[in-house]
Design a protein around this ligand. Structure first.
Ligand code: ASP
Length: 586
């Protein structure tokens, strides 16, 4: 028997017990005749004591072990004279009478502790060691727990877990596909699913009216902290439902997860904000509602005072940062530089200080008198002591700038506490989006998303104005999930493909199987997918989804531990009937 207990289990009640423990050596200390080892496993740390006087041979052996050796010890639980209140096993130690080295370890490349000295790349290369650290273990445990909560909730609601294939044909989520060559069908390729979208819709046609799957999806996109080439979705679909049914099912799921994992209460129904309102008030479609500081459009208030910056701007808007009227010239200059960075692209920043004494000081005093500035301030419901920050220019760029500025000021004012969670649904997204470069419409969600019934008459005349029955779940400014009511009427689907610029043949070629299936009795259906990694990372209070994925890829999509991607042999290429293009030589 390798162990009778784990390293996190023994307590004062066990004093006198003969036990066996196995684990990794965290630390060794030699103090005179005594040697102490901290033994670690997933469950905790237990102190082992070796007494040279009682057993010189065994103690000599204990002194040979190094960090991260795997050992087994036998001994008796005794009360510690020097108790450690920070350790769950801190009241006891093991008086050992036998030690066996099960496996040696080289000196690990970084310390395996809560706060390690290892840099990012090194930890990724030795991810299996990084995963030994308590922090990573907590994150993996949390991920496990969230997955269990999801399953428990959905099983209880009669959802059916069905696996869908990984070697498929291109799916319509709008990113680049990863492709896999087929040896048995030379010259042909599978695509890895960007999501199980079409399969879950087919399952609805099959009559499996509540489906879910915790599933890997693959998208060949440029990577960021919250993106990985392969990531996990909680993918769901329901038949005989309307938008409200989906929203209430999944806000209840979200509520249950937060309650059972974090003991955080969320009030349902969640707030619902139309896309257009989210854009106008927060400058983006995933607003962080932990704080207000709404954006106000100021065009009507500010135009016509000979200030050419405002007079010539398509859009002028601002935010009010509470209590920051004392910002110094230097701080405002810095903030101006901040909004002028290419990521934000504002030309400049106009400020109005509503001083404590009720007077105003602004960077546009020359053009606007105190009465006018007071009107601006009233528009924001500003009080003495507040600071109004204004951007002007192209509408899209300026709203984006204000959105970023709002988040930045929210952070500076400490309004974005990671332990506060504010969920909302953003609804009524546009059905399609016009792309100037390719001069065509793209589906904002995907081509199977249903228009709002009241907008359907614009399908032929003004598709850009149509709103979709599509929804996103947003928590703290992060898009956690998104979905839509689906088109189940063949005519509407054909029109949608046409708007998206598919010829009949192209649509047939790519989605013929789905169109065909719809000929055999398709129920009304709708669904949603949650970004599982993002959900877990937000619950964990982390910014990067990498920290909640056991074996993530780095920013260039590489797994530096297994060294992938990597070249394949000539034989493999031959078998696949593939030939690599010669690199262009200079
Ligand atoms: N398949 C969609 C996505 O991955 C979600 C959905 O519409 O259910 O975003």
């Amino acid at each position: 028997m390798y162990r009778t207990h784990t390293c996190g289990e023994l307590r004062i009640e066990n004093v006198g017990d003969e036990i066996v423990l196995s684990g990794w050596v965290q630390k060794i200390r030699n103090l005179g005749g005594m040697t102490f080892i901290d033994l670690r496993d997933r469950y905790g740390i237990t102190q082992l004591a070796f007494d040279e006087n009682a057993n010189p041979e065994m103690t000599a052996k204990a002194r040979e072990v190094g960090r991260e050796f795997v050992i087994q010890v036998k001994g008796k639980v005794i009360e510690r004279s020097n108790k450690n209140p920070n350790l769950s096993t801190g009241d006891i130690e093991i008086a050992c009478h036998e030690i066996n080295i099960l496996s040696k370890s080289e000196i690990p490349p970084f310390t395996i502790e809560e706060d390690t000295d290892g840099g990012d790349e090194l930890r990724m290369k030795y991810r299996y060691l990084d995963l030994r650290r308590p922090q990573l273990q907590r994150q993996m445990a949390l991920r496990h727990k969230v997955a269990q909560q999801v399953r428990a909730y959905l099983n209880n609601q009669n959802f059916f877990e069905v696996e869908t294939p990984v070697l498929i044909k291109s799916t319509p989520e709008g990113a680049r596909d990863f492709v896999v060559p087929s040896r048995m069908n030379p010259g042909q390729f599978y695509a890895l699913p960007q999501s199980p979208q079409v399969f879950k819709q087919l399952l609805m046609v099959s009559g499996y009216d509540r489906y879910y799957q915790i599933v890997k999806c693959f998208r060949d996109e440029d990577l960021r902290a919250d993106r990985q080439p392969e990531f996990t979705q909680i993918d769901c679909e329901m038949a005989f439902v309307e938008q409200d049914d989906v929203l209430s099912t999944f806000e209840d799921m979200t509520k249950a997860i937060f309650k059972n994992v974090l003991n955080v209460d969320m009030d349902t129904p969640f707030k619902r904000i139309p896309f257009s309102e989210a854009m106008a008030k927060y400058g983006n479609d995933k607003p962080d509602l932990r704080f207000g500081m709404e954006i106000h459009k100021m065009n009507d208030l500010v135009k016509g005072h000979d200030f050419v910056v405002f007079d010539s701007a398509e859009y002028i808007g601002g935010i009010c940062a509470e209590g920051l009227s004392e910002y110094s010239r230097k701080e405002l200059d810095k903030l101006t530089k901040w909004v002028q960075r290419p990521q934000i692209g504002a030309k400049g920043l106009v400020y109005v200080k509503y001083n404590e004494d009720g007077t105003f000081k602004s960077s546009v005093d020359k053009f606007y008198d105190a009465d006018q500035l007071k009107k601006w301030a009233d528009g924001f419901n500003a009080k003495p002591g507040d600071l109004i920050l204004i951007l002007a220019g192209d509408e899209k760029i300026t709203l984006h700038g204000l959105s970023e500025l709002r988040l930045e000021m929210g952070s500076r004012l400490g309004l974005r506490d990671k332990k506060t969670f504010v969920p909302l649904w953003v609804v009524d997204f546009p059905l399609v989006e016009w792309d100037e470069e390719s001069q065509r419409f793209y589906a904002m969600h995907h081509p199977f998303t249903a228009p709002k019934p009241e907008d359907i008459n614009m399908l032929d005349s003004d598709p850009g104005k149509i709103r979709a029955n599509a929804y996103d779940l947003v928590i703290n400014g992060v898009e956690i999930g998104g979905g839509s009511v689906r088109i189940f009427d063949q005519d509407v689907q054909a029109k949608m493909f046409k708007i998206l610029g598919f010829t009949k043949e192209e649509a047939e070629n790519q989605f013929g199987f789905l169109m065909n299936a719809f000929k055999y009795g398709a129920p009304p259906h709708a669904g949603i997918a949650f970004g599982f990694d993002r959900l877990v990372s937000i619950i964990a209070g982390l910014d990067s989804i990498r920290d909640v994925i056991a074996f993530p890829k780095n920013n260039s999509g590489r797994d530096v531990m297994i060294d992938s991607p990597s070249p394949v042999s000539e034989d493999q290429l031959d078998e696949l009937m593939l030939q690599l293009k010669e690199e262009e030589k200079e």
